[in-house]
Design a binder for this molecule. Structure first.
Ligand code: BGC
Length: 385
């Protein structure tokens, strides 16, 4: 009997110490506890490179060393590269990344790094269909967790100064289905992914955000996770009437808006209201004018997120903000971006503008030759670069 007890006790001790040493095999990055990492101060989004709708013919070439060198010289510290949900993810075998695409993403990361820029890769579904599956079928999150574990294993060769992971762009399934648990459904699912990454990786920072397209209200109602090395994120597109004027993907009545002024006042929206024949547009503009949007108002809205982060002692970034240029007045757009960026920066929040060279862009082209990009000086100044 005594020998039996001794053996059982020894086995328990051995098991416990095995589990302990297994956890110690992955040492924790000491920079996890030092606030906002320097590489996440100033970023820009490289959209339409690896989005679901992007042309695979450009996977190798869309952003060149020339782009990265220019971005670095302008003063950016990182690029955020959205990776669509069909680019590397295979739902039937989620732990196997799509072999024919992973090399392109890998060389994109390496190319940016060689120019001295850190990279943030995020999971960025291009349509609501995928997210509806996640929302309606609780088991689907296991597939996404397996995908992220595979990503963490594949990208182990990069340091935390070179590469940052971001779990998911703008979850919003609960909000669009009118469900009540808008800011609670995504939080535990996201934690499963964080844990999947942390089971193999204690080196890289992980960016997390909440429902409502990563809005501030839902983030500031959230309880920070206990896992180490997390950076909390929100997106900021206020005033939406201005930043998304004419945006086709937003739909009616935003598609009808153009030349909306910023800052706003009842006086400066009046001419547009008078000439519009659409009642919804008139109402929207009236509301927008009465709100009197300006830099001070934007600062107050963003401060809600900053206060939440300082109360909870967590690092915070805003990795999407900006304004659509196609239907806005350039000077007003520059003013709005100046106010957004100044508020974000003054509140100690890291940022990334949406986006480098599409409809919300900083760069533009006068021909089809992507090596001949030009920089919009007004936006460069608005970004304080
Ligand atoms: C979306 C883009 C959109 C941008 C601004 C991003 O998260 O993926 O398609 O242009 O937000 O609305």
């Amino acid at each position: 009997m005594r020998l039996y007890h001794f053996c059982v006790a020894t086995m328990i001790i051995l098991c416990c110490s095995c589990r302990k040493s297994a956890a110690l095999v992955i040492p924790r990055n000491p920079n996890f506890d030092k606030g906002l990492p320097a590489q996440l101060k100033k970023g820009i989004n490289l959209s339409n490179w690896f989005n679901d709708y992007s042309d695979p013919g450009q996977f190798a070439t869309r952003f060149t060393t020339g782009h990265f060198t220019a971005l670095k010289q302008l003063g950016f510290t990182y690029v955020r590269i959205p990776i669509g949900n069909t680019i590397l993810f295979q739902p039937s075998s989620p732990s196997q990344l799509k072999a024919w695409n992973i090399g392109y993403v890998d060389s994109a990361v390496a190319r940016a790094n060689r120019s001295g820029l850190a990279v943030m890769i995020n999971y960025h579904p291009g349509s609501d269909d995928y997210e509806k599956e996640l929302y309606n079928d609780g088991s689907k999150i296991e597939e996404l967790a397996a995908y992220w574990k595979a990503i963490a294993i594949y990208f182990k060769k990069y340091t935390s100064e070179q590469l940052v992971f971001e779990v998911y762009n703008e979850p919003h399934a609960a909000q669009i289905s009118g469900a009540s648990q808008t800011y609670t459904w995504w939080w535990p699912l996201q934690e499963k992914i964080v844990q999947a990454i942390r089971s193999v990786d204690n080196e890289h920072f992980i960016v997390v955000g909440n429902e409502g397209w990563n809005n501030i209200t839902y983030l500031s109602k959230s309880q920070p996770y206990t896992e180490p090395g997390l950076i909390y994120n929100f997106h900021f597109y206020e005033p939406f009437v201005f930043t998304h004027q004419g945006a086709e993907w937003v739909g009616y009545p935003y598609t009808l808006l153009h030349d909306v002024p910023y800052p706003s006042s009842p006086e400066n929206v009046k001419p547009l209201i008078d000439t519009s024949t659409n009642a919804d547009v008139k109402n929207l503009l009236e509301w927008y004018g009465n709100y009197r949007y300006n830099g001070e108002k934007l600062y107050k809205l963003i401060k809600v997120a900053a206060d939440w982060a300082s109360r909870n002692k967590v690092a915070l970034i805003c990795n999407e903000f900006g304004a659509y240029k196609i239907h806005s007045q350039p000077a007003d757009r520059a003013r709005c971006i100046t106010d957004m960026r100044t508020a974000i920066e003054n509140l100690g929040i890291g940022w990334a503008m949406w986006e480098c060279d599409e409809g919300f862009g900083l760069f533009y082209y006068n021909s089809n030759d992507r090596s001949k990009f030009l920089v919009d000086d007004a936006i460069k100044n608005a970004l304080g670069l």
